[in-house]
Design a protein around this ligand. Structure first.
Ligand SMILES: [Zn+2]
Length: 216
C-alpha cells in the first residue's frame, strides 16, 4: 500500500504525536496513517530520536537521590491514551482503529446520516472527535468548511474534492481556508477515518439543521 500513498502527515502532526501533545483523536489518525505508511513511520522515528536527544541534552542539574524515581512515578500517574502505530494488520481497518472498534469492519456499529452516508463515532477524549465515515460509491459528503482542523484518512475506496484525489492510505489535512465537497469514486464504497477539533460548517440548510443531532 505504501507505494501508492501520495498525501502524507505534516511535520507538525508527526512532531505533536512524538511529543504526546495531540488530542487523542488526532493521535489515532496519526497512528493509523503511520501503520499504513513506511515513509511516515521513518519520519516519526526521526522525530522520536530528536526528541530523545533534546531530553538528554538538557544539561546536568543537582538532583535529589529520588528525583529519577519521582519523575517515573509521576509519568506512571499520567494516564494519557496514546494509540500505538502498530504496523497494518490484516483487515480493512488499521490496527489502531480496530482497537477502538473491538474488531474489523464487521464490528462497526454504523448510524445513518442520510443519503446512504453512515458514520460511527469512536470513543476518544472530548477535545476532538474521531469518526468512521462510510460514503457509497459516487455519493458526496455535503459541502462544508472547517472551523479547526480536519484530518481524513482513506481506509477503503477513494474520494476526490476540489484539492485532489485521495486513495487508500492518503490523508487530507484541511483547515479553515478549505471549503470542499468530497465525492466517493465510482467503483467502491469509500471508508474514511475523519478527525475534527471543531464542528464542521455546512453550507446547505438541511445539514445545518441536522448537525446538532448527528454530531458532525
Ligand atoms: Zn505517510
Amino acid at each position: 500500500m505504501t507505494d501508492t500513498i501520495r498525501h502524507h502527515l505534516s511535520d507538525k502532526l508527526l512532531m505533536g504525536y512524538s511529543a504526546g501533545t495531540l488530542p487523542e483523536a488526532f493521535s489515532l489518525a496519526v497512528a493509523s496513517h503511520v501503520s499504513m505508511c513506511d515513509e511516515c513511520r521513518a519520519r516519526l522515528a526521526a522525530f522520536d530520536a530528536v526528541g530523545g536527544a533534546l531530553m538528554e541534552g538538557c544539561g546536568d542539574a543537582d538532583l535529589s537521590d529520588t528525583a529519577f524515581s519521582d519523575t517515573l512515578a509521576r509519568i506512571d500517574a499520567i494516564d494519557l491514551p496514546v494509540p500505538e502505530p502498530t504496523v497494518h494488520a490484516t483487515g480493512t481497518l488499521p490496527r489502531p482503529v480496530q482497537e477502538y472498534i473491538g474488531g474489523d469492519l464487521d464490528a462497526v456499529k454504523w448510524k445513518s446520516v442520510g443519503m446512504g452516508v453512515k458514520q460511527a463515532i469512536l470513543p476518544t477524549s472530548k477535545e476532538a472527535t474521531a469518526r468512521l465515515l462510510y460514503i457509497p460509491a459516487g455519493a458526496a459528503v455535503p459541502d462544508h468548511g472547517h472551523r479547526g482542523t480536519e484530518l481524513t484518512l482513506v481506509l477503503q475506496g477513494a474520494f476526490a474534492d476540489e484539492v485532489d484525489r485521495f486513495g487508500p492510505g492518503d490523508i487530507e489535512i484541511a483547515d479553515e481556508d478549505l471549503d470542499h465537497t468530497p465525492v466517493a469514486e465510482i467503483g467502491a464504497d469509500c471508508i474514511c477515518l475523519a478527525v475534527t477539533d471543531a464542528p464542521l460548517r455546512f453550507r446547505g440548510l438541511i445539514p445545518r439543521i441536522a448537525q446538532p443531532f448527528l454530531r458532525i
